[in-house]
Design a binder for this molecule. Structure first.
Ligand code: SAH
Ligand code: SF4
Ligand code: F3S
Length: 461
């Protein structure tokens, strides 16, 4: 091993924001001499970037830590030291408890403190260290920027956190406790980060926030910008051809944001808009602060603005007190809206959330049974959404080599993976593809004959 170069392995669980954070942790550690490796056995520093959203996700961390401990011991026997860090939302929620449960852990760092990793690593050499503060300084001001080469390695699509934390306190959700209060980054800093990404070849950015459409950051001239203002400005960044944002709350789908969907060609016609339940009684108990009819009306407005938009959603089944009639209302809402794709979860009681104290917890078998019925409805919708694209020509942003030699893979405007036969020179470009076949998760197509590589990319504006 080259003197001075240490190896870093980061494993990320949970949402896209955790994936973004994982990259930023690698960025902050690069000037400290850490280079990323994909081989965990080689790592001098292992970071588990954890998720606390459901019990299963949180439990997974401890089984993973058991394996990592054995690795640490095996390396120790070979005369190598390994530092083990737990980051992310379990770190925030459980803090010092992690050090008690698993002694092999050297360092626990919450999602708002990872800019302090270099200093924490120095302290960890002397004994276990923990930082789960919500510091007053903005971590983004203290993070090293990735090199252009690093951005290129990460590919032509990128995440960019614009807003973090949540003040909505849905009764089931740990996020307000693990990520803290809602904050929006200043638009100028987001713009600088987006321009840097674009200069290094990034063509698509997904703006991230726990409640991203509630974005209200400082804009030009000191006045607050909405997410629509930000998207409009970012649509002018040279090279950025596609924009997405997630995750949105229905109550923050403002008029200007809906209009942005009509006006910005770079804003992809695909919106993740979780509804959680179709029963007003349950929506109220969840503290979602809107009704099922509000959601239906909102979707109508969005579809009027952008008729080709597809929607996806999150659903929770078996929230405390959910009756068969409540669940049927959820099925009805799903049927009425028709989603392009959907995520569905069994309610998981989380310590410290109001939902955990509610009586009438729903039995596990009933949750499983309802999940199966919802799955049938939404999976049928997904399959028909995918198969409706067969025979149509859609723009695909090519991201990487495909599964087989001679193939390249990219994404449709609706985030479906698409495989085609084509040259690697198309990676980073958007090309029209005629869809010829679909499986449950992917589309297969051929490059449209009209497309020649010399053409400028169509979506770029
Ligand atoms: N900030 C996003 C995502 C939150 S977590 C949002 O506001 O939508 C992603 C999804 O996990 C949620 O939309 C919800 O459907 C699900 N989820 C959150 N807490 C849960 C719990 N305790 N049990 C089951 N699913 C949960
Ligand atoms: Fe959780 Fe609700 Fe906030 Fe989303 S809006 S992060 S579900 S509390
Ligand atoms: Fe999980 Fe935290 Fe994201 S709990 S879903 S990693 S915000």
């Amino acid at each position: 091993m080259q003197a001075g170069v240490k190896k870093l392995f980061v494993k990320s669980y949970g949402c896209q924001m955790n994936a973004y954070d994982a990259a930023r942790m690698a960025d902050v550690l690069a000037p400290e001499g850490y280079a990323e490796t994909g081989v965990i056995e080689d790592a001098d520093l292992i970071v588990l970037n954890t998720c606390h959203i459901r019990e299963k996700a949180a439990d997974k961390v401890f089984s993973e830590l058991g394996k990592v401990r054995m690795l640490k011991e095996a390396r120790e026997a070979a005369g190598l030291t390994t530092t083990i860090a737990v980051a992310g939302c379990v770190a925030q929620a459980e803090g010092a408890e992690i050090l008690r449960k698993q002694r092999a852990v050297d360092l626990v760092v919450g999602p708002q403190s990872y800019h302090r990793l270099p200093e924490m690593l120095r302290q960890a050499a002397l004994g276990p260290v923990i930082d789960t503060d919500f510091p007053v300084e903005d971590k983004f001001d203290h993070l090293a920027q990735p090199s252009e080469e690093k951005i290129r390695q990460r590919g032509v699509t990128a995440f960019l956190t614009v807003q973090e934390g949540c003040d909505k306190f849905c009764a089931f959700c740990v996020v307000p406790y693990t990520r803290g209060a809602e904050t929006s980054r200043p638009a100028g800093k987001i713009l600088a980060e987006a321009e840097r990404l674009a200069r290094a070849g990034v063509r698509e950015i997904t703006l991230l926030g726990q409640n991203v459409n509630g974005y209200h950051g400082e804009g030009e001239g000191g006045k607050d910008w909405s997410l629509a203002d930000l998207l409009t400005r970012l649509s002018k960044v040279e090279g950025l051809a596609r924009q997405r944002y997630m995750t949105s709350h229905p109550n923050d789908m403002s008029e200007d944001l809906i209009r942005a969907h009509a006006e910005l060609p770079s804003l992809m016609p695909f919106l993740h808009l979780p509804v959680q339940s179709g029963s007003d009684r349950i929506l109220d108990a969840m503290n979602r602060r809107h009704t099922a009819a509000d959601y239906v009306r909102l979707v109508e407005r969005i579809r009027r603005a952008r008729p080709d938009i597809a929607l996806s959603s999150d659903f929770i089944v078996g929230f405390p007190g959910e009756t068969e009639a409540d669940f049927v209302a959820t099925l009805e809402l799903a049927r009425e809206i028709t989603f392009g794709s959907t995520f569905f979860f069994k309610y998981s009681s989380r310590p410290g959330t109001p939902g955990a104290d509610l009586e009438d917890q729903v039995a596990e078998e009933i949750k499983s049974e309802r999940l199966g019925r919802l799955q049938e409805v939404v999976e049928t919708q997904r399959r028909s959404f995918n198969s409706a694209l067969v025979g149509r020509t859609i723009d695909v942003l090519f991201e990487k080599k495909g599964r087989y030699p001679g193939q390249i893979a990219g994404k449709s405007p609706y985030l479906q993976p698409v495989q085609v036969d084509g040259p690697e020179t198309l990676i980073g470009q958007i090309a029209p593809v005629e869809i010829v076949e679909c499986s449950s998760n992917s589309l297969f197509g051929r490059l449209a004959e009209s497309f020649s590589q010399a053409q400028p990319t169509r979506e770029a504006n």
